[in-house]
Design a protein around this ligand. Structure first.
Ligand SMILES: Nc1nc2c(ncn2[C@@H]2O[C@H](COP(=O)(O)OP(=O)(O)OP(=O)(O)O)[C@@H](O)[C@H]2O)c(=O)[nH]1
Ligand SMILES: [Mg+2]
Length: 445
Protein backbone atom coordinates (compact mmCIF):
# COMPACT_ATOMS: atom_id res chain seq x y z
CA UNK A 1 0.00 0.00 0.00
CA UNK A 2 1.16 3.51 -0.75
CA UNK A 3 2.70 4.87 2.48
CA UNK A 4 1.09 8.35 2.30
CA UNK A 5 -2.33 6.88 1.56
CA UNK A 6 -2.17 4.42 4.43
CA UNK A 7 -1.13 7.21 6.82
CA UNK A 8 -4.02 9.36 5.60
CA UNK A 9 -6.45 6.49 6.07
CA UNK A 10 -5.05 5.87 9.51
CA UNK A 11 -5.44 9.56 10.35
CA UNK A 12 -9.02 9.66 9.10
CA UNK A 13 -10.26 6.54 10.85
CA UNK A 14 -8.42 7.29 14.04
CA UNK A 15 -9.44 10.90 14.27
CA UNK A 16 -13.10 10.23 13.57
CA UNK A 17 -13.18 7.37 16.05
CA UNK A 18 -11.61 9.65 18.63
CA UNK A 19 -14.31 12.19 17.96
CA UNK A 20 -17.05 9.61 18.17
CA UNK A 21 -15.62 8.24 21.36
CA UNK A 22 -15.39 11.61 23.02
CA UNK A 23 -18.91 12.33 21.84
CA UNK A 24 -20.20 9.10 23.37
CA UNK A 25 -18.49 9.44 26.72
CA UNK A 26 -21.13 9.72 29.42
CA UNK A 27 -21.16 12.99 31.37
CA UNK A 28 -18.77 13.07 34.26
CA UNK A 29 -16.52 10.30 32.87
CA UNK A 30 -13.05 11.63 32.36
CA UNK A 31 -11.84 10.25 29.04
CA UNK A 32 -8.10 9.65 28.96
CA UNK A 33 -6.45 8.94 25.62
CA UNK A 34 -4.40 5.73 25.44
CA UNK A 35 -0.99 6.22 26.97
CA UNK A 36 1.13 5.36 23.95
CA UNK A 37 -0.74 7.19 21.26
CA UNK A 38 1.13 7.95 18.07
CA UNK A 39 2.29 11.59 18.17
CA UNK A 40 0.59 12.30 14.82
CA UNK A 41 -2.70 11.03 16.26
CA UNK A 42 -2.38 13.25 19.28
CA UNK A 43 -1.77 16.18 16.98
CA UNK A 44 -4.72 15.09 14.85
CA UNK A 45 -7.01 14.83 17.86
CA UNK A 46 -6.03 18.32 18.87
CA UNK A 47 -6.85 19.65 15.44
CA UNK A 48 -10.26 18.02 15.50
CA UNK A 49 -11.20 19.16 18.96
CA UNK A 50 -10.13 22.70 18.43
CA UNK A 51 -11.59 23.06 14.96
CA UNK A 52 -15.06 21.61 15.68
CA UNK A 53 -17.58 21.69 18.44
CA UNK A 54 -20.76 19.74 19.02
CA UNK A 55 -23.94 21.78 18.61
CA UNK A 56 -27.23 19.95 19.00
CA UNK A 57 -25.54 16.62 18.48
CA UNK A 58 -23.72 17.46 15.24
CA UNK A 59 -20.32 18.89 14.55
CA UNK A 60 -20.14 22.46 13.41
CA UNK A 61 -17.05 24.47 12.69
CA UNK A 62 -16.15 26.91 15.45
CA UNK A 63 -15.70 29.71 12.89
CA UNK A 64 -18.57 31.48 14.69
CA UNK A 65 -21.48 32.95 12.85
CA UNK A 66 -22.74 36.18 14.43
CA UNK A 67 -25.77 34.39 15.88
CA UNK A 68 -23.72 31.57 17.31
CA UNK A 69 -21.28 33.90 18.98
CA UNK A 70 -24.15 35.94 20.46
CA UNK A 71 -25.70 32.76 21.83
CA UNK A 72 -22.29 31.79 23.20
CA UNK A 73 -21.93 35.16 24.88
CA UNK A 74 -25.34 34.76 26.49
CA UNK A 75 -24.53 31.23 27.62
CA UNK A 76 -21.26 32.44 29.05
CA UNK A 77 -23.13 34.76 31.41
CA UNK A 78 -23.24 33.36 34.91
CA UNK A 79 -26.65 32.03 35.87
CA UNK A 80 -27.44 34.81 38.27
CA UNK A 81 -27.13 37.44 35.58
CA UNK A 82 -30.30 36.22 33.87
CA UNK A 83 -33.84 36.94 34.98
CA UNK A 84 -36.95 35.06 33.86
CA UNK A 85 -36.58 31.90 35.96
CA UNK A 86 -40.18 32.13 37.17
CA UNK A 87 -41.56 31.88 33.65
CA UNK A 88 -39.68 28.58 33.20
CA UNK A 89 -41.03 26.85 36.31
CA UNK A 90 -42.57 23.44 35.59
CA UNK A 91 -46.33 22.98 35.75
CA UNK A 92 -47.21 21.28 39.03
CA UNK A 93 -50.17 18.86 39.12
CA UNK A 94 -52.45 18.99 42.16
CA UNK A 95 -51.60 16.14 44.56
CA UNK A 96 -55.07 14.64 44.14
CA UNK A 97 -54.60 14.38 40.36
CA UNK A 98 -51.15 12.83 40.71
CA UNK A 99 -52.48 10.18 43.10
CA UNK A 100 -55.61 9.48 41.08
CA UNK A 101 -53.70 9.07 37.83
CA UNK A 102 -50.98 6.93 39.47
CA UNK A 103 -53.54 4.58 41.06
CA UNK A 104 -55.41 4.22 37.79
CA UNK A 105 -52.25 3.41 35.83
CA UNK A 106 -50.87 1.02 38.47
CA UNK A 107 -54.12 -0.96 38.68
CA UNK A 108 -54.01 -1.53 34.94
CA UNK A 109 -50.66 -3.35 35.18
CA UNK A 110 -51.07 -7.12 34.67
CA UNK A 111 -48.84 -10.07 35.52
CA UNK A 112 -46.08 -11.13 33.13
CA UNK A 113 -47.52 -13.42 30.47
CA UNK A 114 -46.99 -17.15 30.67
CA UNK A 115 -46.95 -17.67 34.46
CA UNK A 116 -49.14 -20.72 34.93
CA UNK A 117 -49.00 -20.98 38.73
CA UNK A 118 -51.75 -18.79 40.29
CA UNK A 119 -49.72 -17.81 43.40
CA UNK A 120 -46.68 -16.92 41.33
CA UNK A 121 -48.83 -14.98 38.89
CA UNK A 122 -50.53 -13.03 41.65
CA UNK A 123 -47.33 -12.11 43.47
CA UNK A 124 -45.80 -11.05 40.14
CA UNK A 125 -48.83 -8.84 39.42
CA UNK A 126 -48.79 -7.42 42.98
CA UNK A 127 -45.11 -6.55 42.92
CA UNK A 128 -45.44 -4.97 39.47
CA UNK A 129 -48.46 -2.90 40.48
CA UNK A 130 -46.77 -1.62 43.65
CA UNK A 131 -43.64 -0.79 41.68
CA UNK A 132 -45.73 1.03 39.07
CA UNK A 133 -47.59 3.04 41.73
CA UNK A 134 -44.32 4.00 43.39
CA UNK A 135 -42.84 5.15 40.08
CA UNK A 136 -45.95 7.02 38.92
CA UNK A 137 -45.89 9.01 42.16
CA UNK A 138 -42.14 9.50 42.43
CA UNK A 139 -41.42 10.58 38.85
CA UNK A 140 -43.41 13.87 38.89
CA UNK A 141 -41.96 14.71 42.31
CA UNK A 142 -38.46 14.15 40.99
CA UNK A 143 -39.23 16.39 38.00
CA UNK A 144 -40.24 19.20 40.36
CA UNK A 145 -37.09 18.81 42.43
CA UNK A 146 -34.94 18.92 39.32
CA UNK A 147 -36.71 21.78 37.55
CA UNK A 148 -37.41 24.22 40.35
CA UNK A 149 -34.22 26.27 40.42
CA UNK A 150 -31.98 26.34 43.43
CA UNK A 151 -32.56 29.72 45.07
CA UNK A 152 -28.82 30.40 45.05
CA UNK A 153 -28.70 30.31 41.25
CA UNK A 154 -31.46 32.92 40.83
CA UNK A 155 -30.79 36.50 39.83
CA UNK A 156 -30.51 38.51 43.09
CA UNK A 157 -33.70 40.40 42.24
CA UNK A 158 -35.68 37.19 41.78
CA UNK A 159 -34.09 35.75 44.90
CA UNK A 160 -35.37 38.78 46.84
CA UNK A 161 -38.82 38.32 45.34
CA UNK A 162 -38.84 34.68 46.49
CA UNK A 163 -37.80 35.63 50.02
CA UNK A 164 -40.04 38.66 50.39
CA UNK A 165 -43.19 37.28 48.82
CA UNK A 166 -43.05 33.67 50.02
CA UNK A 167 -41.35 34.32 53.36
CA UNK A 168 -37.73 33.57 54.16
CA UNK A 169 -36.87 29.88 53.70
CA UNK A 170 -40.36 28.83 52.64
CA UNK A 171 -39.38 28.00 49.05
CA UNK A 172 -36.60 25.62 50.10
CA UNK A 173 -38.74 24.16 52.88
CA UNK A 174 -41.58 23.21 50.51
CA UNK A 175 -39.17 21.77 47.93
CA UNK A 176 -37.54 19.81 50.75
CA UNK A 177 -40.91 18.42 51.87
CA UNK A 178 -41.73 17.33 48.31
CA UNK A 179 -38.41 15.54 48.03
CA UNK A 180 -38.86 13.91 51.43
CA UNK A 181 -42.24 12.62 50.28
CA UNK A 182 -40.65 11.23 47.10
CA UNK A 183 -37.99 9.38 49.08
CA UNK A 184 -40.60 7.95 51.44
CA UNK A 185 -42.80 6.78 48.56
CA UNK A 186 -39.80 5.11 46.89
CA UNK A 187 -38.65 3.32 50.03
CA UNK A 188 -42.13 2.23 51.19
CA UNK A 189 -43.10 1.24 47.63
CA UNK A 190 -39.97 -0.90 47.21
CA UNK A 191 -40.42 -2.50 50.59
CA UNK A 192 -44.04 -3.51 49.92
CA UNK A 193 -43.28 -4.72 46.39
CA UNK A 194 -40.53 -6.95 47.79
CA UNK A 195 -42.79 -8.31 50.56
CA UNK A 196 -45.53 -9.00 48.02
CA UNK A 197 -43.06 -10.78 45.72
CA UNK A 198 -42.29 -13.20 48.56
CA UNK A 199 -45.93 -14.26 49.18
CA UNK A 200 -46.43 -17.98 49.18
CA UNK A 201 -50.13 -18.12 48.25
CA UNK A 202 -52.39 -16.25 45.85
CA UNK A 203 -54.42 -14.91 48.73
CA UNK A 204 -51.41 -13.67 50.62
CA UNK A 205 -50.16 -11.89 47.50
CA UNK A 206 -53.55 -10.21 47.07
CA UNK A 207 -53.56 -9.07 50.70
CA UNK A 208 -50.02 -7.74 50.48
CA UNK A 209 -50.82 -5.86 47.31
CA UNK A 210 -53.87 -4.28 48.92
CA UNK A 211 -51.90 -3.41 52.08
CA UNK A 212 -49.09 -1.86 50.04
CA UNK A 213 -51.46 0.19 47.90
CA UNK A 214 -53.25 1.47 51.01
CA UNK A 215 -50.01 2.39 52.76
CA UNK A 216 -48.64 4.33 49.78
CA UNK A 217 -51.99 6.06 49.26
CA UNK A 218 -52.12 6.98 52.94
CA UNK A 219 -48.63 8.50 52.89
CA UNK A 220 -49.43 10.49 49.76
CA UNK A 221 -52.75 11.67 51.19
CA UNK A 222 -51.08 12.82 54.41
CA UNK A 223 -48.03 14.50 52.95
CA UNK A 224 -49.14 15.37 49.41
CA UNK A 225 -50.16 18.86 50.56
CA UNK A 226 -46.51 19.80 50.09
CA UNK A 227 -47.14 19.33 46.34
CA UNK A 228 -50.15 21.66 46.55
CA UNK A 229 -48.03 24.21 48.40
CA UNK A 230 -45.47 23.94 45.61
CA UNK A 231 -48.25 24.45 43.07
CA UNK A 232 -49.25 27.67 44.84
CA UNK A 233 -45.64 28.83 45.00
CA UNK A 234 -45.27 28.24 41.25
CA UNK A 235 -48.50 30.16 40.61
CA UNK A 236 -47.37 33.10 42.75
CA UNK A 237 -43.93 33.25 41.18
CA UNK A 238 -45.21 32.89 37.64
CA UNK A 239 -47.55 35.84 38.25
CA UNK A 240 -44.63 38.10 39.20
CA UNK A 241 -44.06 40.92 36.75
CA UNK A 242 -41.63 40.04 34.00
CA UNK A 243 -38.64 42.34 33.88
CA UNK A 244 -36.38 42.62 30.88
CA UNK A 245 -32.93 43.74 32.01
CA UNK A 246 -32.07 44.98 28.54
CA UNK A 247 -35.03 47.37 28.34
CA UNK A 248 -34.58 50.66 30.23
CA UNK A 249 -36.84 50.84 33.26
CA UNK A 250 -38.20 53.77 35.21
CA UNK A 251 -38.82 53.02 38.87
CA UNK A 252 -41.18 55.24 40.88
CA UNK A 253 -40.04 55.70 44.46
CA UNK A 254 -41.22 57.80 47.39
CA UNK A 255 -43.08 57.72 50.70
CA UNK A 256 -46.50 55.99 50.82
CA UNK A 257 -49.51 57.78 49.32
CA UNK A 258 -47.50 60.50 47.56
CA UNK A 259 -49.01 59.77 44.12
CA UNK A 260 -46.59 57.23 42.58
CA UNK A 261 -49.27 54.95 41.16
CA UNK A 262 -51.25 57.92 39.81
CA UNK A 263 -48.16 58.94 37.83
CA UNK A 264 -47.55 55.37 36.62
CA UNK A 265 -51.13 55.29 35.29
CA UNK A 266 -50.58 58.55 33.48
CA UNK A 267 -47.17 57.75 32.04
CA UNK A 268 -47.58 54.10 31.06
CA UNK A 269 -49.83 51.18 30.21
CA UNK A 270 -49.60 50.08 33.86
CA UNK A 271 -52.87 50.44 35.74
CA UNK A 272 -51.99 50.12 39.44
CA UNK A 273 -54.63 50.77 42.07
CA UNK A 274 -54.84 54.35 43.34
CA UNK A 275 -56.33 55.02 46.78
CA UNK A 276 -56.02 57.62 49.45
CA UNK A 277 -54.28 55.42 52.01
CA UNK A 278 -50.68 54.29 52.46
CA UNK A 279 -49.44 50.98 51.05
CA UNK A 280 -52.13 50.72 48.38
CA UNK A 281 -49.40 49.29 46.19
CA UNK A 282 -48.51 45.95 47.72
CA UNK A 283 -46.07 44.54 45.22
CA UNK A 284 -43.92 45.38 42.24
CA UNK A 285 -46.09 46.32 39.26
CA UNK A 286 -44.87 46.75 35.74
CA UNK A 287 -46.16 48.94 32.98
CA UNK A 288 -44.75 49.88 29.60
CA UNK A 289 -44.20 53.22 27.92
CA UNK A 290 -43.78 53.63 24.23
CA UNK A 291 -42.01 56.89 23.35
CA UNK A 292 -40.83 57.74 19.84
CA UNK A 293 -41.28 54.11 18.72
CA UNK A 294 -39.22 52.79 21.59
CA UNK A 295 -40.42 50.60 24.42
CA UNK A 296 -39.55 51.21 28.03
CA UNK A 297 -40.63 49.63 31.30
CA UNK A 298 -42.10 51.40 34.30
CA UNK A 299 -42.29 49.87 37.73
CA UNK A 300 -44.48 51.05 40.55
CA UNK A 301 -43.21 50.23 44.03
CA UNK A 302 -44.59 50.25 47.58
CA UNK A 303 -43.89 53.43 49.58
CA UNK A 304 -40.95 53.85 51.96
CA UNK A 305 -41.30 55.04 55.55
CA UNK A 306 -38.75 56.79 57.74
CA UNK A 307 -37.21 53.89 59.61
CA UNK A 308 -34.19 51.61 59.78
CA UNK A 309 -33.86 48.74 57.33
CA UNK A 310 -34.32 46.12 60.05
CA UNK A 311 -37.75 47.60 60.88
CA UNK A 312 -38.97 47.75 57.28
CA UNK A 313 -41.88 45.60 56.17
CA UNK A 314 -41.57 43.23 53.23
CA UNK A 315 -43.28 45.74 50.91
CA UNK A 316 -40.62 48.34 51.59
CA UNK A 317 -37.95 45.65 51.17
CA UNK A 318 -39.34 44.90 47.72
CA UNK A 319 -38.75 48.51 46.73
CA UNK A 320 -35.19 48.36 48.00
CA UNK A 321 -34.67 45.06 46.12
CA UNK A 322 -35.67 46.75 42.85
CA UNK A 323 -33.26 49.61 43.49
CA UNK A 324 -30.49 47.28 44.58
CA UNK A 325 -30.69 44.67 41.85
CA UNK A 326 -32.28 46.17 38.75
CA UNK A 327 -30.59 48.76 36.56
CA UNK A 328 -33.45 51.23 36.76
CA UNK A 329 -33.69 54.98 36.44
CA UNK A 330 -35.50 56.60 39.38
CA UNK A 331 -38.49 58.93 39.38
CA UNK A 332 -38.59 60.07 42.99
CA UNK A 333 -41.95 61.50 44.10
CA UNK A 334 -42.23 64.08 46.91
CA UNK A 335 -45.60 65.19 48.28
CA UNK A 336 -45.23 68.56 50.03
CA UNK A 337 -48.98 69.22 50.19
CA UNK A 338 -49.44 67.47 53.53
CA UNK A 339 -51.95 65.04 51.97
CA UNK A 340 -49.94 61.83 52.00
CA UNK A 341 -49.53 61.45 55.77
CA UNK A 342 -45.72 61.57 55.88
CA UNK A 343 -44.39 64.95 57.00
CA UNK A 344 -42.07 66.86 54.65
CA UNK A 345 -39.21 66.54 57.17
CA UNK A 346 -39.64 62.76 57.30
CA UNK A 347 -39.84 62.62 53.50
CA UNK A 348 -36.62 64.63 53.37
CA UNK A 349 -34.85 62.15 55.65
CA UNK A 350 -36.10 59.15 53.61
CA UNK A 351 -35.08 60.92 50.41
CA UNK A 352 -31.56 61.72 51.62
CA UNK A 353 -31.00 58.13 52.69
CA UNK A 354 -32.26 56.67 49.39
CA UNK A 355 -30.34 59.21 47.34
CA UNK A 356 -27.17 58.42 49.23
CA UNK A 357 -27.60 54.67 48.73
CA UNK A 358 -28.80 54.67 45.15
CA UNK A 359 -27.50 57.98 43.84
CA UNK A 360 -25.67 56.26 40.98
CA UNK A 361 -29.03 55.56 39.30
CA UNK A 362 -30.22 58.08 36.74
CA UNK A 363 -32.67 60.25 38.59
CA UNK A 364 -35.57 62.75 38.30
CA UNK A 365 -37.31 64.39 41.27
CA UNK A 366 -40.92 65.49 41.10
CA UNK A 367 -43.13 67.28 43.60
CA UNK A 368 -46.58 65.80 43.16
CA UNK A 369 -50.09 67.17 43.77
CA UNK A 370 -48.97 70.70 42.91
CA UNK A 371 -52.66 71.61 42.44
CA UNK A 372 -52.85 71.44 46.25
CA UNK A 373 -49.73 73.50 47.03
CA UNK A 374 -49.93 76.93 48.63
CA UNK A 375 -47.35 79.67 48.95
CA UNK A 376 -46.71 78.80 52.59
CA UNK A 377 -45.02 75.45 53.20
CA UNK A 378 -46.84 72.78 55.15
CA UNK A 379 -45.89 71.92 58.72
CA UNK A 380 -47.21 68.86 60.52
CA UNK A 381 -48.11 69.28 64.20
CA UNK A 382 -45.50 66.66 64.94
CA UNK A 383 -42.81 68.79 63.31
CA UNK A 384 -40.74 71.39 65.15
CA UNK A 385 -40.64 74.48 62.93
CA UNK A 386 -37.63 75.85 64.82
CA UNK A 387 -35.60 72.74 64.02
CA UNK A 388 -35.51 73.52 60.29
CA UNK A 389 -32.11 74.11 58.83
CA UNK A 390 -31.57 75.88 55.53
CA UNK A 391 -31.64 72.67 53.50
CA UNK A 392 -34.89 71.43 55.04
CA UNK A 393 -36.57 74.82 54.76
CA UNK A 394 -35.69 74.88 51.07
CA UNK A 395 -36.93 71.30 50.61
CA UNK A 396 -40.24 72.13 52.31
CA UNK A 397 -40.80 74.95 49.80
CA UNK A 398 -39.77 73.34 46.54
CA UNK A 399 -38.23 69.93 46.99
CA UNK A 400 -34.66 69.05 45.98
CA UNK A 401 -32.80 71.17 43.41
CA UNK A 402 -34.06 70.71 39.85
CA UNK A 403 -37.41 69.25 40.95
CA UNK A 404 -40.32 69.36 38.54
CA UNK A 405 -43.77 70.24 39.89
CA UNK A 406 -46.57 68.08 38.56
CA UNK A 407 -50.24 67.43 39.10
CA UNK A 408 -52.12 64.38 37.95
CA UNK A 409 -55.40 66.23 38.56
CA UNK A 410 -54.68 69.29 36.38
CA UNK A 411 -51.95 67.65 34.26
CA UNK A 412 -49.71 70.60 35.04
CA UNK A 413 -46.06 69.74 34.32
CA UNK A 414 -46.95 66.36 32.82
CA UNK A 415 -45.80 67.17 29.26
CA UNK A 416 -42.47 68.44 30.61
CA UNK A 417 -42.20 65.31 32.77
CA UNK A 418 -42.77 63.05 29.75
CA UNK A 419 -39.95 64.80 27.89
CA UNK A 420 -37.59 64.43 30.85
CA UNK A 421 -38.55 60.78 31.34
CA UNK A 422 -37.87 60.10 27.69
CA UNK A 423 -34.43 61.74 27.86
CA UNK A 424 -33.65 59.81 31.02
CA UNK A 425 -34.63 56.47 29.49
CA UNK A 426 -32.63 57.14 26.35
CA UNK A 427 -29.59 57.80 28.55
CA UNK A 428 -30.42 54.61 30.48
CA UNK A 429 -30.52 52.69 27.18
CA UNK A 430 -27.07 54.00 26.29
CA UNK A 431 -25.80 52.93 29.74
CA UNK A 432 -27.21 49.40 29.27
CA UNK A 433 -25.69 49.09 25.80
CA UNK A 434 -22.37 50.34 27.09
CA UNK A 435 -22.41 47.84 29.94
CA UNK A 436 -23.32 45.00 27.56
CA UNK A 437 -20.51 45.81 25.16
CA UNK A 438 -18.09 45.88 28.10
CA UNK A 439 -19.34 42.45 29.22
CA UNK A 440 -18.95 41.03 25.70
CA UNK A 441 -15.43 42.41 25.66
CA UNK A 442 -14.70 40.74 28.99
CA UNK A 443 -16.04 37.37 27.74
CA UNK A 444 -13.91 37.58 24.60
CA UNK A 445 -10.73 38.29 26.57
N1 LIG B 1 -55.09 66.49 44.27
C1 LIG B 1 -54.29 65.56 43.81
N2 LIG B 1 -54.38 64.32 44.29
C2 LIG B 1 -53.53 63.39 43.82
C3 LIG B 1 -52.59 63.66 42.80
N3 LIG B 1 -51.87 62.53 42.55
C4 LIG B 1 -52.39 61.58 43.36
N4 LIG B 1 -53.39 62.08 44.12
C5 LIG B 1 -54.17 61.35 45.13
O1 LIG B 1 -53.27 60.86 46.13
C6 LIG B 1 -53.74 59.63 46.66
C7 LIG B 1 -52.62 58.62 46.61
O2 LIG B 1 -52.28 58.35 45.28
P1 LIG B 1 -51.53 57.02 44.81
O3 LIG B 1 -51.18 57.23 43.39
O4 LIG B 1 -52.30 55.81 45.19
O5 LIG B 1 -50.23 57.11 45.73
P2 LIG B 1 -49.07 56.04 45.93
O6 LIG B 1 -47.82 56.81 46.18
O7 LIG B 1 -49.05 55.08 44.80
O8 LIG B 1 -49.54 55.31 47.26
P3 LIG B 1 -49.04 53.88 47.88
O9 LIG B 1 -49.16 52.88 46.81
O10 LIG B 1 -50.00 53.65 48.98
O11 LIG B 1 -47.65 54.12 48.35
C8 LIG B 1 -54.94 59.24 45.80
O12 LIG B 1 -56.12 59.58 46.48
C9 LIG B 1 -54.80 60.10 44.56
O13 LIG B 1 -56.02 60.40 43.93
C10 LIG B 1 -52.54 64.98 42.29
O14 LIG B 1 -51.74 65.34 41.42
N5 LIG B 1 -53.40 65.88 42.83
MG1 LIG C 1 -49.22 53.05 44.82
Amino acid sequence: MNGTLSMLQLLQTSSSSLLLRSHNIPKGVNFQPKKFMHPTLCFCQQIQTTAYEIVNGSYVPTGDTKQASKAKEKAAKPLEEAVGAFQKLPMVMPSFDILYSALRKAKRVSATKGIANAAKRERNRGAKQLDALMKELAVPLRTYKENFPNKKTLHPYERSLVELTLGDGNYEEVLGKVDKLRKKIVSVGKEHASVCAKSSTKREAEERLSEGMKKIEEIFNNEGKAVDELLNIAKTLRAMPVVDLETPTLCLVGAPNVGKSSLVRLLSTGKPEVCNYPFTTRGILMGHISLSYQNFQVTDTPGLLRRHDEDRNNLEKLTLAVLSHLPTAVLYVHDLSGECGTSPSDQFIIYKEIKERFGDHLWIDVVSKCDLLNETPVFFVTEDSNADNFELAKYRKMGPDGTLRVSVKTELGIDELKIRVHELLITQLARIEDLESKEVHEVKR
